[in-house]
Ligand binder design. Structure first.
Ligand SMILES: Cc1ncc(COP(=O)(O)O)c(C=O)c1O
Length: 432
């Protein structure tokens, strides 16, 4: 008798996704490894998405997914929120770029001043086109303000892909996360372990540090207050990178949620309502380094130059205004966080029932899964998990999820079911 073998996860995936397979084959002849962002690379191959609405998206083969990639965290209001779609549509018909100042950028900046603690009470704002540009600008502002070169960051904290941000991302800590980073750049960065006050004190003590830049995820108010006080004691600018946490932890971001205010904050993602955009806000004394003055010496050598073709472009400004007007209501962040809590509880229960060692964590509407005894390396586990979840109609961002204010009970139920099936599939194939 012929023994029939159950199809592997990859075989089932391939049967369900022929159009994505064909697009990926073409993409590999256009882009290195076929992708346009590292986070979209996966194995056996990525799905190609045709459209999205609310908490859901659909791929080229007609499959529907509960989406937790959430525009890399930009979509706390889900896909195609009607207010954002109508603001963007109206603006696209009026013009996408005026090569001029426009009212929308003023209104957008005023909303930031109203909502974000470090921009209140006379703080100022500057728009750029991405989170990477925002952290680059914040570091440059701090360097110009203090006249010092060194930036202290924390091990594993991601601040985008410019040269300075590649330092101290993963073990071995003295090797940048990317090739092509000049040694001279690395020498201006000091990466210290988080939650280690003595290490931070040591890094600050030479007195040559322009800024401390930090993510707030998972850190206590007490520790963040210590970081702020230590930075200030050493004449160092404190930068909170709120590209992810801004407008998500609370309307005013994690600085409002954790009640610690920095000198400068960097934003992107939710700031621009799902369209390209970023920003820096905070101390006017520091931001005024971008000022134009009728002073030749200032203009030539002391001010910070700032071009950027798409800074505060009208379409992103329209989306940003529509989004911030909605997310300034704390009910939005509370709804997303409550859904994430329900999801965390559901996933934990499945881990326990299946007897798989791991945990489900994350703060407010950020959720992450970790497995403590995987049988494959971390990179492979991420690919296998993502594929297994996609087979159940759910798209995670690796092992993480950005929960939005429009995910509902039906989404949570489907996700918990997909997770349970994924655990079984990954155990069967020997990944867990
Ligand atoms: C905390 C943080 N900072 C900076 C960035 C870079 O932002 P962008 O991808 O818009 O360049 C990211 C991107 O995910 C981020 O998570």
């Amino acid at each position: 008798m012929v023994q029939t073998r159950q199809a592997t996860l990859d075989e089932q995936f391939a049967l369900r996704h022929p159009k994505s397979a064909a697009l990926f084959a073409e993409a590999q002849r256009v882009f290195p490894s076929g992708v346009t962002h590292d986070g979209r690379y996966t194995q056996p191959y990525p799905i190609y998405v045709t459209h999205a609405r609310g908490s859901r998206k659909w791929d080229a083969d007609g499959h529907e997914y509960v989406d937790y990639f959430g525009g890399h965290g930009a979509l706390i209001l889900g896909h195609c929120h009607p207010a954002i779609v109508s603001a963007v549509t109206a603006q696209a018909a009026r013009g996408s770029h005026f090569g001029a100042n426009h009212e929308l950028e003023v209104r957008w900046g005023q909303l930031v001043q109203k909502i974000v603690p470090c921009a209140q009470n006379g703080g100022m704002v500057k728009f750029v086109s991405s989170g990477t540009e925002a952290t680059l600008m914040a570091m440059r502002l701090a360097r110009a303000y203090t006249g010092r070169d060194t930036i202290v960051k924390f091990r594993g904290h991601f601040h985008g892909w410019h040269d300075y941000a590649t330092v101290g991302m993963s073990d071995p800590w003295d090797q940048p996360s990317s090739a092509g980073i000049p040694r001279a750049v690395q020498n201006t960065m000091r990466a210290v372990p988080v939650n280690d006050v003595a290490a931070l004190e040591q890094a600050l003590s030479p007195g040559d540090v322009a800024a401390v830049i930090i993510l707030l995820n998972g850190l206590s108010t007490e520790y963040l207050t210590q970081v702020r006080d230590m930075a200030h004691r050493h004449g160092t600018v404190l930068i909170f990178d709120e590209v992810i946490t801004g407008f998500r932890y609370a309307p005013g971001g994690a600085q409002e949620y954790k009640r610690v205010t920095p000198d400068l904050t960097t934003h992107a993602k939710i700031l621009a309502g799902g369209y390209p955009g970023g920003g820096i806000c905070g101390s006017s004394e520091i931001l005024r380094l971008l000022e134009h003055r009728d002073d030749a010496a200032w203009q030539r050598g002391r001010r910070i130059a700032h071009p950027g073709t798409f800074n505060a472009n009208p379409v992103s400004s329209a989306a940003g205004i529509a989004c911030l007007e909605i997310v300034q209501d704390p009910a939005i962040q509370r709804k997303a966080a409550a859904t994430a809590d329900t999801l965390r509880a559901g996933l934990r229960e499945k881990l326990e029932r299946r007897g798989i060692a791991g945990s489900v964590g994350g703060e407010v509407s950020l959720l992450n899964v970790s497995f403590s005894e995987p049988k494959v390396d971390a990179r492979r586990l991420t690919f296998r998990f993502r594929t297994a979840m996609q087979m159940g109609g759910v798209d995670f961002s690796g092992l993480s999820a950005f929960v939005s204010a429009v995910h509902d009970d039906r989404d949570v139920e489907q996700t918990v079911r997909a997770f349970d099936q994924a655990l079984v599939a990954l155990r069967e194939e020997g990944a867990l």
